[in-house]
Design a protein around this ligand. Structure first.
Ligand code: ADP
Length: 305
């Protein structure tokens, strides 16, 4: 029988007239990474805040949340004690050093100084920040600050790591490094919940994900399986389509138009590649379909519009 770390069952959140989260349900097994993927305003952060008790779900209501045996509505503190939280903003104390920032958190979790120093050294080594231990936060790059916030979230050896947009605004190298670390944490048995609007991030680290739009579930499952089961495998992306004549009447393609691109989806790679013969380099991209394409197909919108 699978052991669940998170069970969310029919949960909603309404702000005045706006339903930010609309009857969502999902489960996350121990040691797995689950992603909430969707554009800005989809309701990802609101869902996540309800999980660790930062915001209350609509109540009275029939929905339930269970986090390692606790309902955050009644046991918010217990949920926070078993979780490590990486909020969207870094919220570090800029005047303090890396070590001082971490010690403050260790104290909050009741770690003794000696024990805390050992844990901090381990975490700084893990996040490749050892040489910055005595640096002030102001001296750190954005990527280093983000890695420090992740180290800080791990100080209490959490069962559950919750990350809100872990790599937004970071350069590709830091992003790759953070993805590597998340995969390593998963191997150690930590359950991970993250929100993201980067389909690549969701694809790289999530075992399962929920694609959200306007507070509702669009699709849920393993990222690779979702693509395999719900969309044609290949896409010809035509940039500046107004300059090109595309045979839109042929029925072995499915067409999508966005603001600046024309997308032709097909099972037939050969047929798509034959269409590129008249194109110049830079005018097209022939590639496998991805989660972004799936989002477009299901909602008619771009993920990062
Ligand atoms: P996401 O994390 O996917 O960008 P959010 O959960 O932040 O989405 O927001 C979902 C919707 O709820 C948005 O329309 C947002 O404006 C609204 N919202 C979020 N927090 C509040 C709040 N405290 N008061 C009113 N509306 C809010």
């Amino acid at each position: 029988m699978k052991e669940l770390g998170i069970k969310v069952d029919g949960v909603s959140k309404t702000y005045k007239n706006l339903t930010a989260v609309d009857a969502l349900s999902f489960e996350v097994e121990f040691g797995k990474c689950f992603g909430l993927l969707g554009p800005n305003g989809a309701g990802k952060s609101t869902m996540m805040h309800m999980i660790y008790g930062k915001c209350r779900r609509d109540n009275p209501q029939p929905g339930q949340i269970n986090i390692f045996g606790y309902d955050p509505l009644d046991n918010g503190l217990a949920v926070r004690f078993l979780s490590g939280i990486v909020p969207q903003e870094n919220n570090l104390d800029l005047e303090l050093t890396v070590l001082q920032n971490l010690l403050m958190y260790a104290k909050f979790y009741g770690l003794k100084k000696k024990e805390a120093m050992v844990r901090i050294d381990e975490l700084l080594a893990f996040m490749e920040l050892t040489e910055k231990k005595e640096a002030r936060i102001r001296e750190l790059s954005g990527g280093m600050q983000r890695r420090l916030v992740i180290s800080r979230a791990l100080i209490n050896s959490p069962k559950l790591l919750i990350l809100d947009e872990p790599t937004t605004g970071l350069d590709p190298q830091v992003r790759q490094l953070i993805w590597d670390k998340l995969r390593m944490l998963k191997k150690e048995g930590i359950t991970i919940l993250l929100t993201t609007h980067y389909m690549e991030e969701a694809f790289q680290v999530c075992d399962d994900l929920m694609i959200m739009h306007n507070g509702r579930k669009v699709l849920m499952g393993n990222p690779a399986a979702l693509i395999q089961e719900n969309i044609e495998p290949f896409v010809l992306e035509v940039l500046n389509p107004e300059k090109l004549s595309i045979p839109t009447t042929r029925n072995n393609f499915r067409l999508e138009k966005t603001y600046s691109r024309l997308l032709l989806y097909s099972d037939d790679f050969k047929a798509l590649s034959q269409m590129t013969f008249g194109f110049q380099t830079g005018e097209y991209l022939l590639r496998p379909a991805n989660l972004e394409d799936l989002f477009l197909k299901t909602t008619g919108r771009n993920l990062n519009e």
